[in-house]
Design a protein around this ligand. Structure first.
Ligand code: 5GP
Ligand code: ZN
Length: 114
């Protein structure tokens, strides 16, 4: 989608600090990091949110979580711990309408949820 910032990142039309890329996924550093390690992992395919995930996407989402685990190791937070967040919809605080997962770590994160 031409008006979607994450589609533009996936197409390489908007620059980002890429941490991982393959045919289906891209992971990049968040432009406004909330923790020492703050990556955004997205499918290149435009899905609006978790609400768009169907059984046909299950292999893709499984692959995505495998890459998250790998990135946690590469960025040195696998043992210290990290958080994976998918803000979904208005009440979930989703700003960018392209399915994405935040990987946050490198410090003790606030335990409060909600
Ligand atoms: P949301 O609130 O939708 O879950 O989070 C969207 C995230 O995308 C935010 O943390 C924001 O900083 C990040 N973001 C938005 N635009 C860009 C961009 O152009 N480049 C990068 N690297 N991150 C972005
Ligand atoms: Zn998109």
């Amino acid at each position: 989608m031409s008006d979607c910032i994450f589609c533009q990142i996936a197409l390489g039309k908007v620059p980002s600090e890429i941490a991982y890329e393959d045919d289906e996924l891209i992971a990049f550093k968040d432009i406004q990091p909330l923790a020492p390690v703050h990556l955004v992992i997205i499918p290149k395919k435009h899905l609006r949110s978790l609400n768009d995930v169907t059984p046909e996407n299950e292999r893709l989402i499984g692959h995505l979580f495998g890459i998250i685990r790998r990135l946690a190791g590469e960025f040195g937070v696998a043992e210290s711990g990290y958080r994976v967040v998918a803000n979904t919809g208005t009440d979930g605080g989703q700003v960018v309408g392209h399915l994405h997962f935040h990987l946050l770590g490198g410090q003790a994160l606030n335990a409060r949820i909600g």
